[in-house]
Design a protein around this ligand. Structure first.
Ligand SMILES: *Cc1c(COP(=O)(O)O)cnc(C)c1O
Length: 228
């Protein structure tokens, strides 16, 4: 079985290759290891292989893992990439470095109010419902600018960018279209004066295409850790 160190090399190689193909520097793409369902010992193994950014989906699971990895706290950047309910905002504000799944102002306000004064501002992305699925979380594309303007007013949050979780599709053209629409939304917000630097999109199966469409952060689980 492939080790995590080997998988990490492979994934970083894919990122470098995709960047080279479109003339981007590999330093312009961050690899976020999506470690949901994998235990703390697995995160520690990835850490030992050089990985520093980890994404978690379930708040309680993440908090338990962080406790087991408390000795690495200053060296790991923890990102919440799963949905966030308002009854969990306090613990998230107290423990995470980033949240990618802001899709309404109420959650953002709570996070800002609850972010402890001794921590740096919480770094946030707005999740965009780019495929227009009625069941999916994410702000509708036509409402992103308004939400972004409101979030930039919150004192204890720093708005960094947009995040997408496009609907799985067998049609590569539909997938590409969603990634392209995200790039357009991202550039539109920047042209409106919102200082974004993060476009969080791309996973194990589509990270190359996401990088070609301007992703600055790919969230990779299966290709690093194996099947969940
Ligand atoms: C699990 C997960 C990923 C990683 O998906 P893989 O296909 O396993 O690489 C990325 N983003 C989010 C939001 C996830 O929940």
């Amino acid at each position: 079985m492939a080790t995590i160190a080997t998988n990490l090399q492979l994934v970083n190689g894919r990122i470098n290759h995709a960047c080279a193909q479109v003339g981007r520097s590999s330093a312009s793409v961050t690899l976020l290891a999506a470690s949901k369902t994998f235990p703390a010992v697995t995160v520690r193994e990835a850490f030992s292989a050089g990985q520093r950014c980890f994404g978690e989906n379930y708040v309680q699971e993440a908090v338990d893992k962080m406790a087991e990895l408390a000795d690495l706290r200053d060296q790991i950047t923890w990102h919440l990439i799963g949905p966030l309910q308002s009854n969990k905002t306090r613990v998230v504000a107290e423990t995470f470095d980033w949240v990618h799944t802001i899709d309404r102002i109420k959650i953002a306000q709570r996070l800002s109010e609850q972010r402890p004064a001794d921590l740096p501002p919480l770094q946030v992305c707005l999740q965009v419902n780019i495929s227009g699925e009625s069941s999916k979380s994410g702000v509708a594309p036509q409402d992103v600018l308004c939400l972004a303007q409101a979030v930039t007013q919150l004192p204890r949050l720093t708005l960094r960018g947009l995040m997408a979780l496009p609907a799985p599709s067998d049609e590569p053209e539909a997938q590409r279209g969603a990634l392209r629409d995200m790039r357009i939304a991202f550039n539109h917000l920047r042209s409106e004066g919102i200082p974004l630097d993060t476009l969080s999109m791309g996973m194990s199966a589509d990270l190359e295409e996401a990088i070609k469409q301007g992703s600055t952060l790919v969230r990779v689980g299966t290709a690093l850790f194996g099947k969940r």
